[in-house]
Design a binder for this molecule. Structure first.
Ligand code: PEP
Ligand code: CO
Length: 489
């Protein structure tokens, strides 16, 4: 697997080692008058292409505008990837989370790769997410809403548009939907044919996910099968096996009581949803379609779309685009965000104050969350927006190892989640979920965990195309610890 060579690429404001920025330094703080005008504009003037009259951050410099528009035109004729009714089902489930009756597990790759596209890798990612969901559901008695960063998570926002490789300045890697990760100027040239390739990879991935989740693989009687070999013999694997054994016993007990388990559809199928960062707005526009049932617009590239930390300018194109689609949407929120700007963002994305519409994903850093988060949560609550608050413990805790690998420490990840729970308790908010970057494989990308991965181990199996991911054991360990925090809550 080729490596992305840009240092510190996918971290954000407030992330990693000291790039402190005061709230009023943020480039996206718009004047109140601008915000009010935007809010008024929002409902009336929105079309799938109206984002084009606003400034869009983080768009590639496509070398040939004509070729870009040709590819977007083709995309706009291709079938939707997801259906409006499915997005509405996720919306309803997230409304349960918003009201403190369910928990959101959003997980998957930092960046999906055109080179890592096999049935096994999709299956193994699904396995670890299903395992985590079992641990959380069994451990807390709370329903878990399962959303993958998958089947469309290809585009990456970057800190800087260029990087220097062997003395030459070349464009950065922006995800396989835009360019290739090989560190040459030629490979980094944005190619709009990749938009179509990303669509087709998303379609195949989604097809397999639907088969796995609806066709028997996700049947609760298969819980043992989801434990991968390299995990099964570990402490976390054994803890998981114990739960799986108890689930077996419970199922046998119900059968013995005369309950017809075959007829219970919910035991045999899982609702699994897709999500990605809505970054390349031409792609999202081309897949936005009018729902024939309701006459409203849905972005059919995924069930849930989110706005990243670098593109949530109040008067920018990304929030404007998301304001007009009826999917559930989310936005990342860093430690530098000012409460009034977060509330203004909620006004743009969730004007109806509708539970399930908006998820705010806090990504602050382990050392900042307890101070920065409660005042944001209090401001949002006072504004009446019934948002889901989820914790991304990854993007505020990224740093460079001495060998130049981007990494995160498992204990920092856990510390941010604990800080998130403390903040939620302080502000009287339901800790609604976690948002993590993971893979089912036994990669060595994040430090620590039960295997005690050290800096020297990073060279062993470091295969991510962008940010470091938790491996199967670390992911399962995280699920057990989150279940404990949720129980204590
Ligand atoms: C991401 O989720 O991969 C990402 C880039 O996050 P953020 O926008 O929070 O930096
Ligand atoms: Co990332």
């Amino acid at each position: 697997m080729r490596q992305n060579a840009e240092p510190g690429a996918d971290d954000g404001p407030g992330a990693g080692a000291g790039r402190p920025r005061a709230a009023n330094d943020l480039p996206w703080v718009a004047e109140p008058a601008t915000v009010n005008r935007m809010k008024a504009d929002q409902a009336d003037n929105w079309t799938p292409s109206s984002w084009r009259s606003r400034h869009a951050e983080q768009q590639p410099e496509w070398p040939d505008e004509h070729a870009l528009e040709q590819n977007l035109k083709v995309l706009s004729t291709l079938p939707p990837l997801v259906f409006a009714g499915e997005a509405r089902a996720l919306y309803r489930s997230l409304a349960e989370v918003a009201q403190g009756r369910a928990f959101l597990l959003q997980a998957g790759d930092c960046a999906e790769s055109f080179y890592d596209f096999t049935a096994d890798s999709i299956r193994d990612k699904l396995k670890v997410i299903l395992q985590m969901a079992v641990v959380l559901t069994y451990g807390t008695g709370t329903p878990v809403v399962k959303v993958g960063r998958i089947a469309g998570q290809f585009a990456k926002p970057r800190t800087s548009p260029y990087e220097t490789v062997d003395g030459e300045q070349i464009p950065v890697f922006r995800g396989h939907i835009v360019n290739d990760d090989a560190p040459t100027a030629e490979a980094r040239r944005p190619d709009p044919a990749r938009l179509i390739a990303a669509y087709h990879q998303s379609a195949s991935t989604l097809n397999l996910l639907r088969a796995f989740t609806k066709g028997g693989f996700a049947d609760l009687s298969q819980v043992h099968m989801w434990n991968q070999q390299f995990v099964a013999s570990s402490r976390e694997g054994e803890r998981y096996e114990a739960i799986a054994g108890e689930i077996d016993r419970a199922l046998r007990f119900m059968t013995a009581c005369g309950i017809d388990l075959e007829a219970e559809e919910t035991l045999h199928q899982v609702d699994f949803y897709t999500s990605h960062e809505a970054l390349i707005l031409g792609y999202e526009e081309a897949l936005t379609r009018k729902d024939s049932l309701t006459g409203t617009w849905y972005d059919t590239s995924a069930h849930l779309l989110w706005c990243g930390e670098r593109t949530r300018q109040l008067d920018g194109a990304h929030l404007h685009f998301l304001s007009g689609v009826k999917n559930p949407v989310a936005a990342k929120v860093g430690a530098g965000a000012a409460p009034e700007d977060v509330v203004a963002m909620c006004d743009i994305l969730d004007p109806e104050r509708d539970p399930g519409r908006l998820t705010l994903i806090s990504r602050m850093g382990a050392d900042k969350v307890d101070k920065a988060l409660p005042r944001l949560q209090e401001a949002v609550r006072a504004s009446g927006h019934p948002v889901v608050w989820a914790c991304d413990p990854m993007h505020g805790n990224t740093f460079m190892s001495e060998s130049g690998r981007k990494t995160r420490h498992f204990e920092d990840v856990m510390a941010e989640i604990s800080g998130f729970f403390v903040a939620c308790r302080k502000s009287g908010t339901w800790p609604g979920g976690v948002h993590v970057e993971l893979t089912g494989d036994s990669v060595t990308e994040c430090l620590g965990g039960a295997e005690e991965i050290g800096e020297d181990d990073l060279e062993l199996r470091y295969t991510t195309t962008c940010d470091p991911r938790l491996n199967g054991r670390q992911s399962l360990d995280l699920a057990f610890r989150v279940a404990e925090l949720l129980r204590a809550n």
